[in-house]
Structure formats: structure tokens, C-alpha cells
Design a protein around this ligand. Structure first.
Ligand code: NAP
Length: 268
């Protein structure tokens, strides 16, 4: 029987995950299907249970349900526990395992695809929402020399840094970034999607630094400022595919090649 997987979100119509997982399944000859499920905003748990009862083996979880998925899991990986957010569910008759592959996906895109190992680097992460919660622990654990988390609402950055608890982490507001530069700058605010201005000092970008925008497939203010300063830029398409490959491995026990899928999405 064909194994069933899904991405659960609201909205979910834009998700590229069904296409990505269909490519992985084809390349690795796995008998599986992967669909989009839009859960009602007040009905995430019910949607997961209906899918599990109908034979669903696993699911990706996207906005706005990553925290709900964490609460609904009966067992959490270390990454999910640190993030307090889950993007991958392994559905078993005995329970639900929750994991978070956003951080491992980003690390792999940086270190393998972009040849930018994290150890010893200074990093700025803009934003303190769900995406930052997923990536902060893995970035800190990969040996960054220092990570500054800057957020519009400073208290959220402080709380997050305190909870993750690595000595290399620091929190601040955007105005405190004046006069500082970094090896790697990551935009994990939602401004890339909304088109709003972030309000960061343009001088934080320097020639040769890597500016990584989590949003993919669009020109954002963050990328434009970085490029104008001579920084190297990347969008988040590699992270999207690498986190999907990590989810696929959790479900199927093997990790698909990602290069061809990333290249195809860039061409699309
Ligand atoms: P979220 O939880 O809603 O957090 C949004 C963050 O953006 C908050 O820190 C918020 O600051 C900040 N923000 C919003 N508007 C702002 C503005 N006008 N100026 C400055 N800061 C602003 O969203 P999320 O889940 O973290 O997602 C963030 C982005 O990452 C999204 O664009 C998402 O698509 C992307 N993402 C990509 C991948 C991938 O695989 N490539 C994976 C996950 C997420 P306050 O706290 O002050 O409100």
C-alpha cells in the first residue's frame, strides 16, 4: 500500500513541499504520496488525528501550527525541545514523534551547498519568531563564535536567547547594531514576505560577508541592501530543500540527493 504523508498548514496552497517530496520519492523509488492539508485554525490536533487514523505516516507542519505540533507530540527530539517548535511529525500507532529540521536544513545549506562552515563565525540573526527558534540552537551548537539575535520587540529576543542558553548568544534591538559587522547575516523576519522595511542600519553589511534571506524566490530589501554593500547573498531555497530531505530521512530512513531539486526550483 502507498504510504501517505502531508504538509499541514493554513494557508498551505503555496507550499512547494508536495513537489519536493514527489521528486525525492521518484529519485529514491519510494512508494509514497504527499499531499497538502489545510487545517482549520482551531483544528490542528483533530486534523493530525484524522490523518493518522486514515493511515498517514508522517507530516510536515508549517505556519501557524509549529508550536501546536510541539504540544501534540508524545516524544520530542532534542532540536524540537530546544526550539519548542516542530516541523516534522512521525506518526506511529504508539504515538507521535516531533522533530525540527529547519536548523539542520539551514546548517547543511550553509556548510555544504554554500561552502560556509559556521565554526568560529560571527552571526547576526534578524527576528525572534518561529524560524529563529528553529535555527538558533543548531547554529549555536555548530560552534559559532558569537550570535546576536536582533528583534523589533527586544524582549522576545532576550527571552529566546535566555531559553536557548548558549554563552555565545546575545540579544538586542536594531538600533544597537550600529557600528557592528558580522561574517553571516540571516534575515529571519517576515519582512521578506510582507515587503515591509526592517529598519536595520545599512552599514551592518560589509564586502565579503554572507547575507542569507530565509524567504525564497523574491528580491527583498535585505538582499538589495546586502548586495549594494558588496556582500554575497543567498535566498532560503536551499534551506527549504535540505529541511525537506531531513524530514524525508526521518520517515524513510534514507536521505535523497538535493542538488538537482534545488537547481530545478531555482530555474522555476
Ligand atoms: P514569525 O514567527 O511570524 O516571526 C516574524 C518575525 O519578523 C518576528 O521576529 C517579528 O518581529 C519580525 N517582523 C515582522 N514584521 C517586521 C517589521 N516590519 N520590521 C522588523 N521586524 C519584523 O515568522 P517565522 O515563522 O519566524 O518566519 C519568518 C520568515 O522565515 C518567513 O518569511 C518564513 O517564510 C521564512 N521561513 C523560511 C524557511 C525556509 O525553509 N526557507 C523556513 C521557515 C521560515 P516582532 O517579534 O517584533 O513582531
Amino acid at each position: 500500500m502507498t504510504d501517505r504523508y502531508a504538509v499541514i498548514g493554513n494557508p498551505v496552497g503555496h507550499s512547494k513541499s508536495p513537489w519536493i517530496h514527489a521528486e525525492f520519492a521518484r529519485a529514491t523509488r519510494q512508494d509514497m504520496e504527499y499531499v497538502r492539508i489545510e487545517a482549520p485554525l482551531d483544528g490542528f490536533e483533530r486534523t493530525v488525528e484524522d490523518f493518522r487514523n486514515a493511515g498517514g505516516r508522517g507530516a510536515n507542519v508549517t505556519l501557524p501550527f509549529k508550536e501546536a505540533a510541539c504540544r501534540h507530540s508524545t516524544e520530542l527530539s532534542a532540536a524540537a525541545r530546544l526550539a519548542q517548535a516542530v516541523n516534522t511529525l512521525v506518526l506511529e500507532p504508539s504515538g507521535i514523534r516531533g522533530d525540527n529540521t529547519d536548523g539542520s536544513g539551514l546548517l547543511r545549506d550553509l556548510s555544504v551547498n554554500l561552502d560556509f562552515p559556521i565554526r568560529g563565525r560571527t552571526i547576526l540573526v534578524l527576528g525572534a519568531g518561529g524560524a529563529t527558534r528553529g535555527i538558533l540552537g543548531p547554529l549555536a551548537g555548530a560552534g559559532a563564535a558569537g550570535i546576536v539575535v536582533a528583534n523589533r520587540t527586544v524582549a522576545k529576543a532576550r527571552d529566546l536567547v535566555h531559553r536557548i542558553g548558549f554563552p555565545t548568544l546575545e540579544a538586542c534591538g536594531f538600533e544597537a547594531l550600529a557600528g557592528r559587522t558580522f561574517d553571516l547575516l540571516i534575515n529571519a523576519t517576515s519582512t521578506g514576505l510582507t515587503g515591509e522595511a526592517i529598519g536595520i542600519p545599512p552599514a551592518i553589511f560589509r564586502k565579503g560577508a554572507l547575507a542569507y534571506e530565509l524567504v525564497y524566490g523574491r528580491e527583498t530589501e535585505f538582499l538589495a541592501l546586502a548586495r549594494a554593500a558588496g556582500a554575497v547573498t543567498s535566498d532560503g531555497i536551499g534551506m527549504l530543500v535540505e529541511q525537506a530531505a531531513d524530514s524525508f530521512r526521518l520517515w524513510r530512513g534514507l536521505r535523497p540527493d538535493t542538488g538537482g531539486v534545488i537547481a530545478a526550483l531555482r530555474r522555476a
